[in-house]
Ligand binder design. Structure first.
Ligand SMILES: *[C@@H]1O[C@H](CO)[C@@H](O)[C@H](O)[C@H]1NC(C)=O
Ligand SMILES: *[C@@H]1O[C@H](CO)[C@@H](O)[C@H](O)[C@H]1NC(C)=O
Ligand SMILES: *[C@@H]1O[C@H](CO)[C@@H](O)[C@H](O)[C@H]1NC(C)=O
Length: 379
């Protein structure tokens, strides 16, 4: 074989190899230390060529503090975190008033949508009524000297607020689903949680590959650099041990928890002579449904209005265990007759509507009928 042939052959092999590795070379970028690594489908405008990003995924490093920033129709947001494999992004307001952005949030022209969302109603309340809203969490950055703004996802609180406050707007907010229902209102300072459907790089990312544009000119994407052998054996063992043992422990814990629940349910409801005949499913169900007390029952519990002297029924209990603020003169306290624990009336009323147990001792006041004229002296 002469040298010309060798060179031709080498060139042929070389030209076959090049397209298989990468088509467009895109380096990772980042704005500040600790900020998310930026790669396809995102790109930092000034640092990566246009072909390294997907349309709508342009980021900038904000001039003022160099924060990773994305521009959406309702303003600029700071990018807090990107999960490339899950195709999720967490953003927040650089000016620390996320609710302000949420009020004008409209994602319909962006590549992003919510992972979960909850419908929040915003209310603008006159500050003179402030004490009435005590257990609620105001949005400080939207409130002023004369008005206080609240956002709530609870229909009950919506009812309550719409009686005295001006309804501002109802917005679907892309926040973590499963807010504790006890949180009647939120200051909405948590990051917004968004996802994107296109481009789909999830499968490629999970396989450890690198998702990117096929060429400079087409919007087509390819998955390259996927490791050949898949997950190495040692990693598989590590995953089996790492996930298997906690998983087994979790299932065992769950089993114990459910057994405990069933036992306590049987104890509390003193089932008929032959408990074997009721299936466990029957036993669990009533315990799972969270139900509170009705209005008349709550109203039947004794109330007291504190005098100027703030003389408390029990001097060492000067704070409400629910909102953790001190009792003030003229405030109304209510006590749970069975266990004699005291609370702000507006705090415990909201609580009892959701749960028929005392928040301190978990006694259920419903069971034993309260003595209606009981006074608070022993609260
Ligand atoms: C969002 O914007 C689109 C068009 O720009 C509009 O059709 C839609 O009604 C808006 N959605 C909300 C909730 O305002
Ligand atoms: C709330 O109402 C006050 C006046 O009633 C107004 O100045 C303020 O801008 C309102 N705030 C919001 C967020 O609507
Ligand atoms: C709040 O109300 C007071 C009295 O009505 C008024 O003097 C003051 O200017 C108001 N403040 C704001 C920020 O509107």
């Amino acid at each position: 074989m002469d040298s010309t042939k060798t060179i031709t052959f080498s060139l042929l092999v070389f030209s076959l190899l090049i397209p298989a590795r990468t088509s467009v070379t895109c380096n990772n970028a980042g704005c500040r230390r600790g900020d998310p690594v930026i790669r396809f489908p995102f790109r930092v405008k000034a640092r990566q060529p246009e072909s390294c990003g997907y349309r709508g995924f342009d980021l900038t490093c904000d001039n003022a503090d160099n924060a990773t920033t994305i521009s959406l129709p309702s303003g600029d947001f700071t990018v807090e975190q990107i999960d490339y494999a899950a195709q999720e992004i967490w953003i927040n307001d650089p000016d620390n008033c996320l609710p302000q952005r949420i009020l004008t949030l409209n994602l319909s022209t962006t590549p992003f949508s919510s992972v979960y969302s909850r419908s929040f109603s915003f209310f603008n309340c006159s500050t003179s009524d402030y004490l009435r809203f005590r257990p609620l969490n105001p949005i400080a950055c939207l409130s002023s000297e004369n008005s206080t703004v609240f956002a709530t996802a609870s229909p009950r609180v919506v009812n309550f607020l719409s009686q005295t406050c001006r309804f501002v707007k109802r917005v679907d907010v892309p926040v973590l689903w499963g807010f504790d229902e006890q949180i009647a209102s939120s200051d909405l300072s948590e990051n917004l949680w968004l996802t994107w459907r296109v481009p789909r790089c999830r499968g490629c990312e999970i396989r450890g590959g690198r998702c990117g544009p096929k060429s400079n000119s087409t919007p087509e994407i390819v998955c390259s650099n996927v490791p050949k052998s898949g997950i190495p054996m040692r990693a598989r063992y590590a995953i089996a041990i790492g996930a298997g043992i906690p998983g087994t422990l979790f299932l065992f814990g769950l089993f114990c928890f459910i057994c405990g629940k069933i036992k306590s349910f049987i104890k509390r409801h003193r089932l008929g002579p032959d408990p074997d005949q009721s299936s466990p499913a029957h036993l669990i169900q009533p315990n799972v449904i969270i139900s509170g007390l009705d209005g008349p029952t709550i109203e039947s519990y004794p109330k007291i209005v504190l005098g100027e002297s703030k003389r408390l029924p029990k001097p060492d209990d000067a704070t409400c265990p629910i909102c953790l603020s001190e009792y003030e003169p003229k405030e109304t306290l209510r006590t749970i007759p069975t266990c004699r624990h005291c609370f702000h009336s507006e705090c415990i009323d909201e609580w009892l509507k959701l749960s028929a147990t005392c928040p301190i001792c978990r006694d259920s006041p419903e069971k034993s009928s309260p003595a209606p004229e009981e006074n608070l002296d022993s609260c």
